[in-house]
Structures are given as C-alpha cells and as structure tokens.
Design a binder for this molecule. Structure first.
Ligand code: SF4
Length: 444
C-alpha cells in the first residue's frame, strides 16, 4: 500500500536543503505522497529509503507496453477518474480481431482490411493500433500459423487471444520477438500462462468473472514472475462490466490497491457494426485501456477513434495547428486572403469550406493559443495588433499585390482598428464558416 506523507518524511534526510525545489523535507514528502513530485528530485535519499519509497512513487495503474518499434503501444498509467480532474494519458487501444479459422486469401484480406483502418482528422493521424488473433479453430498449430501470418503482414501490435495454454505456447513461441500481449490467464491456467509469458518476455491478460477474482489472479501471476498484466473482467451484461471497470479504476486510484492497479481490456465481438461501435465507445469512456472489436467497417471504426481522440486530449490544451500562412489550391498574387485562429477545429472547418468554393486563396492563421475566434477575441488573444503582426511575420505583403483582408464576421467590430493598425482594407466575411463557399464565389 502507499505510504502516507508522514511515513515518507521519516525516510528522508530531514536536512531541509531545498535541493528538490521544496522549502522543506516535509513539503517534499507531502508532494510525493500526492504524486505531485518524483523521488528522483531528492538527490540525497538513501538506497534504503529509495526502495521503501519506490512503491509510493509508482503510478497507481501500471504502465504496460506490447508490440515493438513503431508498432509498440502503451496502456495504463492513468492517474484520475475523470478527464477534467487532470487528463487521461494513454488513449484506449483499438484491436480488431482476426480469426484463425480464416486461411489463405481470406486471412490475408482480413489482415489488409485491419491495416487499412487508418485515418486523418484535424491534421492528426488516428487509427487502429493492434490486431487480436482469435483461436476460433481450437487448434494450436493453426493458431500459431495465423499468428505468424499476422506478424508477417501487419504493421500493428499483436494480441494472442485463446483459452488454451497449449495454443498460446505454440503461437507465442513463433512470434515472441513481436512482443505480443498474451491471453488469457484464468485462475486455473495462471501458472501455465504465467510461465509462457515469463519465458517469452510478454505481458499477460488476466481474466476472471469478478473484481475480487481478478485481484487474486494478479497476485498468482505475480508469484509466477509476471509483473505486466492487463485485466479482463467477464461480466454477463454491458452494465455490469462497466460497473466493474469503474470499481477497478476507483480502487486502484483511490485506495492505491496494487492487485488491481493495471490497465484493462474489454471485448466487443458480436452485433451489427454500429452497435459494436457504440459499445466500444462506452468501454473507452469507462475505463477500458484496450478494446477488442470484430467489425472492420470504416463507418463504425472512425467514430470510435474520433471519440477516443476527444476523450484523450488534454482539456487544458486545445488542439492547435501551426500559426502561419496556409495556401488553399494554388493561389497567386491576386488571390483573396482570409484570417482565422489556430484552434484546429476552426481552421479545418474554414479550410474545408474555402476548398469547397474552389477559389484558390490564402488563409492567415493567427496564434490565439488554440482558441476559437470569439473566445480569443473575448480573452484579448485576438486583436488588431496580433493580426497586423501576423501579416508582417508571414511576409503576406510580398505574396499578394492587393491589400484586402477578409475577417470572420464574429469580429466585425475590430474592422476599424485593424485597418488603422495594418494599413489593409478589411472586408467582413460571414459569421458561419458554412456560408464561406457562397461568399467566396459571389462576393470575393
Ligand atoms: Fe529534503 Fe531531499 Fe528536498 Fe533536501 S532534496 S529538502 S533532503 S527532500
């Protein structure tokens, strides 16, 4: 269990030297207990103190990695129940299943479909990060062959998913260098699966039908020498599963209960594609670190990835694009110039609406710390001086012959001051970006 601030204080040198950046050893101890400081920040702690304090400094939910190189994924290490408390760290990994009952062309086609589930949204790449090989054939050799085929043809991290320890041993032996996540270990198979994981240096999925059962199972796996575990709770309904996952997160974070301090995995293997999509989104909200899903339909996968992207962004840091001059189409010295802010959603909305007009133009993106037009203007992150400075900085005056700037309709009020500050004539654009295609074609 975690040490209290006073227990930690007793282990520190108590010299109040301030080398850790804290005024006293007691202040440092309190910060360490609340996980607001790192033990390494105190250069004078003894080895004995370090080993006693290691547990207090360790994250309440362990970081687990699988896959290698560019395909490596990491899950866990979360520190809060709710995103707005701080932020979530490691986005839910979506793993699409590949059954070993497929073979030949069918198997290759399925692997290609999974590989192709990559998208771009608001300038960021999002995609499926893992392939889960399912042992539906019930045969160890076939399972091992499917795992080898996935390793050869997929660029994603791999999960081996079977209830047979023999099949798991056969497949893990073939693809161990890809460091797959191995599953599943149950109370009955813990010793055998633990040995396979230890021999191959891979993390393990521990599966039980109760939260208490999972806590016992992780202790068994620990005895077998397995430290990297992912928890799989088998509950009869979605509601019970979400409730259990919430319990696990709460006990791990609030009680620092180490036997449940691991990332979690859930499975959505049945149902229509849209139904699977909705279930996966529920699991990614509460609190699955990995979700196995059967569908390869892009219309079902993209909303999942979009929702994960939103949940796992830092609520204190809006998603931003670089503040600079962007070209839409092939603008020349007579092309119109618009300006907007560097909030990603604003920029990409404006860009796509301008693109739809088929009028080549420049978009001057002003740095407003990632806030939208009205928010930036209200907070004085957008004013005539900032826009005039951006015009100069981007060398816009040498790109176009004219001196007309189209500004968002919501900040029409800054027109006069902006004209005085920049020397450019201001033309007020529409308030809503969706009107831009018509505006660009008819007014510009
Ligand atoms: Fe105390 Fe260590 Fe901080 Fe010095 S660096 S004040 S000894 S906790």
């Amino acid at each position: 269990m975690a040490l209290t601030g006073l227990q930690i204080f007793k282990l520190l040198p108590k010299t109040n030297c301030k080398d850790c950046g804290m005024p006293t050893c007691l202040a440092f101890a309190m910060a360490l207990a609340q996980k607001k400081a790192k033990l390494d920040d105190c250069p004078h702690a003894s080895d004995e103190a370090k080993s006693s304090l290691a547990e207090a400094a360790a994250p309440p939910i362990k970081l687990v990695k699988f896959g290698t190189g560019d395909a490596e994924v990491q899950v866990g290490q979360e520190t809060v129940m709710f995103r707005h408390d701080e932020k979530f760290y490691n986005p839910t990994v979506i793993a699409v299943t590949v059954s070993d009952s497929l073979s030949g062309d069918e198997l290759n086609q399925r692997i290609e479909q999974v590989n192709g589930l990559q998208f771009e949204r608001v300038g960021q790449k999002i995609g499926v990060k893992a392939v889960a090989v399912l042992n539906e054939s019930g045969n160890a050799e076939i399972f091992a062959a499917a795992a080898e085929a996935v390793k050869a043809k997929s660029t994603l991290a791999m999960i081996l998913y079977t209830e047979s320890a023999d099949a798991l041993a056969a497949a893990a032996g073939k693809v161990a260098d890809a460091k797959p996540l191995l599953g599943v270990a149950t109370t009955e198979s813990a010793a055998a699966v633990g040995k396979i994981a230890k021999d191959n240096g891979c993390p393990v999925i521990a599966q039980a039908d109760s939260v208490e059962g999972l806590a016992d199972l992780t202790e068994k796996l620990k005895e077998a020498g397995v430290e990297d575990v992912v928890l799989s709770l088998k509950a009869p309904t979605l509601k019970e599963q979400l409730y259990g996952l919430s319990q696990i997160r709460a006990v791990a974070l609030k009680k620092n209960f180490r036997p449940l301090g691991f990332p979690t995995i859930s499975c959505v293997l049945e149902g229509a594609a849209a139904e699977q999509s909705a279930q996966v989104m529920a699991f990614s909200c509460k609190f699955s670190s990995i979700v196995l899903v059967e569908t390869v339909e892009k219309f079902a996968i993209l909303p999942i990835l979009t929702s994960i992207m939103n949940i796992f962004t830092d609520p204190q840091k809006p998603v931003q694009v670089e503040a600079k001059l962007y070209e839409v189409g092939e603008p020349d010295e007579n092309s119109p110039v618009l300006f907007t802010t560097n909030f990603s959603l604003t920029y990409y909305t404006v860009e796509s609406d301008v693109e739809a007009s088929r009028v080549p133009c420049y978009i001057l993106v002003v740095d407003t710390e990632g806030t939208s037009v009205l928010t930036a203007y209200s907070g004085d992150k957008l004013n005539e001086k900032i826009v005039a400075a951006a015009i100069k900085k981007t060398d816009l005056e040498n790109k176009v012959k004219h001196r007309t700037l189209i500004i968002p309709g919501y900040v029409a009020v800054m027109s006069g001051k902006l004209e005085e500050e920049s020397g450019w004539e201001v033309k007020v654009g529409p308030r809503e970006s969706s009107v831009l295609p018509k505006f660009m074609q008819e007014v510009v």
